[in-house]
Ligand binder design. Structure first.
Ligand code: ADP
Ligand code: MG
Length: 344
């Protein structure tokens, strides 16, 4: 009798365990956050390898940050800038890849996108200072900007700047590269469902755990983070936004933000308040969101249309939304203050 009771308890326990395993269909969710590359990073992974995936991906982002940030003394960019006007510097193949990709977008935009923008970025110091620099200083900084002068020696593996005072700033592209590398880590751990949010640079990995596409919100440029204007549904894509709301100051009623036009020396001022680019690689999306923001609504949208596999959403100061042809009918406007630009 005693034996039977004992046996029954085990049977019930085993049944309970089985039901709980059977019901527990939603995969485990892991979220990791950190402040890197001057922004909040939030990595989310679903599935059994989730923890390892977010840990390793965050490490990878840290590595890229110290290699490519202007202030990391052991990093490639710091060393190149220090050696400007002296000698080229041997750099990692990764830094070369990011710089080469940047040069490609400089050529495509005739210099609207230019990573030798360092002197102008430092002069404005958006996010640190709150003053409009004197015109003479802006002009002096502009003279030091020229992507064509950047010396890239593929066989020697070096990068150099020929003139003292020149400097590279990868603020418009390094986060994009970090997004691609973090996504690689997720793939290595076989994550079928995840989101990498690198301060508004989004990469969606796979689908949602229920197999449906991820819904990515496009930030409302006039409201605090998390208020969305529109939503797009995507799988395995990068959705990267450049906006006037990320870093700025307001002086005499005018907003001065961190996306600088190398031709005027001032923050780009063409009626746009944000541009989101959707494409396979986050490095391309990052470079292109900045590039097309500076090019403005017409030229910027023309460039998006010209590039295969690239889509874009532009938002103007008067709350109009323009979408590229491949996104027509696919962008769900969730804030009724915003309307489609007539004809689009
Ligand atoms: P965020 O850093 O907010 O994601 P962006 O990707 O648009 O936004 O990058 C803006 C940063 O890029 C600036 O803070 C600056 O470091 C750099 N930058 C500004 N203007 C240019 C430009 N014309 N070309 C290349 N980089 C730029
Ligand atoms: Mg960018």
């Amino acid at each position: 009798m005693k034996y039977k009771k004992f046996h029954l308890i085990w049977v019930i326990a085993a049944m309970l365990l089985l039901t709980s395993v059977g019901c527990n269909k939603a995969p485990q969710k892991v979220v990791k956050t950190d402040f890197l590359m001057d922004t909040l990073m939030e990595l989310t992974a679903y599935g059994p390898n989730g923890q390892k995936a977010v840990d390793d991906a965050m490490e990878r982002i840290k590595e890229i940050d110290s290699m490519m940030s202007v202030s990391s003394k052991t990093g490639d960019i710091y060393k190149i800038n220090e050696a400007a006007g002296k000698q080229p510097v041997k750099v990692s193949p990764e830094t070369r890849y990011v710089v080469e990709t940047a040069q490609h977008y400089s050529q495509l935009s005739d210099g609207a996108f230019d990573i030798t923008i360092g002197p102008l970025v430092n002069l404005w110091g958006i996010g640190k200072k709150e003053d409009v620099p004197p015109l003479s200083a802006i002009k002096a900084a502009q003279k030091l900007i020229d992507y064509k002068k950047l010396e890239l020696d593929a066989s020697a593996g070096t990068i150099g700047l020929p003139q003292e005072g020149m400097s590279i700033d990868l603020g418009a592209i390094a986060k994009g590269y970090a997004g691609d590398e973090a996504a690689k880590v997720f793939k290595k751990y076989d994550i079928k469902s995840g989101i990498l949010n690198l301060g508004g640079n989004i990469v969606v990995v796979g689908t949602r755990p229920d197999g449906k596409p991820w819904r990515v919100g496009i930030q409302n440029p006039f409201k605090p983070t998390g208020n969305y204007v529109a939503v797009v549904e995507e799988e395995n894509k990068a959705v990267v936004t450049s906006g006037v709301y990320e870093r700025y100051f307001i002086k005499d009623g005018k907003r001065y933000h961190h996306i600088l036009d190398p031709f005027t020396g001032y923050p780009a001022d063409n009626g746009l308040v944000s541009v989101s680019i959707i494409t396979d690689k986050s490095i391309d999306a990052d470079a292109l969101s900045t590039t097309t923001f500076i090019l403005g609504p017409q030229k910027g949208m023309e460039l998006i249309e010209k590039l295969p596999g690239v889509e874009g959403i532009m938002i103007t100061a008067d709350k109009k939304i323009m979408v590229s042809s491949g996104l027509k009918g696919k962008v769900d406007i969730v804030d009724k203050d915003f309307t489609y630009e007539a004809g689009r």
